[in-house]
Design a protein around this ligand. Structure first.
Ligand code: C2E
Ligand code: MG
Ligand code: MG
Ligand code: MG
Length: 287
């Protein structure tokens, strides 16, 4: 079709494509060196006991501070990291860094917190994962109970039997397994029952329209009932309004996470915010 548009149209199309392919290649080249150049950073988003605390743990969320491309969220570079296999060394760095940071928090007295790390399918299917997790915990003398691994339903299902084997090994180490973005994938109830998961995170999509949509409320109720039957902790992600917060608590959701309570932030900014929240809760209790 481009050719029929004449010479200019054709050239434009081709140049456009080249520019895009070139950018992708350049990004991949840069991403390859991102770990060694210390360009990757973890922000952390707290999880709270419903409705408003205390804080039970934090989820590590990856960002890339690239001199060439700017400050990037995962959706801008994760697909590239996954298709190129770079997610394996990058993911190993995330596991190691999150454990290091959890050790720091633990030493500051936050002994009941846990840190959650997101895993891609490529990482889950890579033979080194269990060793990497074991070594990171050992290196930072961290009890496995302080580490949670978040895997989406879709990730677990991509290679269902392999996933099950690896997750069982990880669970045997003593780390917790969390099923992320639950309700968006296609896992059967039978498969879910076989997964050694301790936590179920209801996908943000169901939370967004909660107050407006009766179907979403019914679905959330069903997910909570299912999770409780399977002895899992239920987390709602993406809580943005006080109305959602109240309704989710009333429906029996144990844990809340979302912009309403706290946005993802670097560790220092986060501790300040938590200190403020704790003070507010304490004074609320006094009055
Ligand atoms: P996720 O694990 O489901 O994380 C939740 C995403 O929702 C995060 O986006 C978070 O910043 C955002 N979020 C949290 N609360 C709210 C809210 O109230 N409203 C809205 N609109 N959004 C909220 P982020 O940080 O861009 O991460 C996107 C996804 O990238 C994550 O989804 C996770 O699947 C993946 N990811 C992040 N870090 C890593 C990592 O280190 N390794 C791997 N493999 N994947 C990661
Ligand atoms: Mg997650
Ligand atoms: Mg999620
Ligand atoms: Mg997600």
């Amino acid at each position: 079709h481009a050719k029929k548009q004449g010479r200019n149209g054709y050239c434009f199309f081709e140049h456009g494509m080249n520019a895009n392919v070139h950018l992708q290649m350049q990004m991949q080249q840069n991403l390859r060196q991102a770990v060694s150049r210390n360009e990757l950073v973890l922000h952390y988003q707290p999880k709270f006991v419903a409705p408003a605390g205390p804080m039970t743990g934090l989820e590590a969320l990856l960002r890339w501070q690239s001199p060439d491309h700017g400050f990037l969220s995962p959706d801008r570079f994760l697909p590239l990291a996954e298709s190129s296999g770079l997610i394996v060394p990058i993911g190993n760095w995330v596991i190691e860094e999150a454990c290091r940071q959890m050790r720091v928090w633990y030493d500051q007295g936050h002994r009941e917190w846990s840190v959650a790390v997101n895993l891609s399918a490529v990482q889950l299917e890579h033979h080194s994962l269990v060793d990497v997790v074991r070594e990171a915990l050992k290196k930072h003398s961290l009890d496995p109970s302080h580490l949670v691994l978040e895997i989406t339903e879709t990730t677990a299902m991509r290679n269902a039997e392999t996933s099950l084997t690896v997750l069982n090994k990880l669970s045997a180490l003593g780390v917790s397994i969390s099923i992320d973005d639950f309700g968006t994938g296609y896992s059967s109830l039978l498969y879910l029952k076989r997964l050694p998961a301790n936590e179920l995170k209801i996908d943000r999509g169901f939370i967004t329209e909660l107050a407006q949509d009766n179907d979403d409320e019914a679905i959330i109720q069903a997910i909570i009932a299912l999770g409780k039957t399977l002895d899992m902790r239920i987390v709602a992600e993406g809580v943005e309004t006080a109305e959602q917060q109240a309704l989710l608590t009333q429906l029996g959701c144990n844990t809340l996470q979302g912009y309403l309570l706290a946005r993802p932030a670097p560790p220092d900014a986060l501790l300040e915010k938590i200190a403020h929240m704790t003070k507010r809760t304490e004074s609320a209790l006094v009055t």
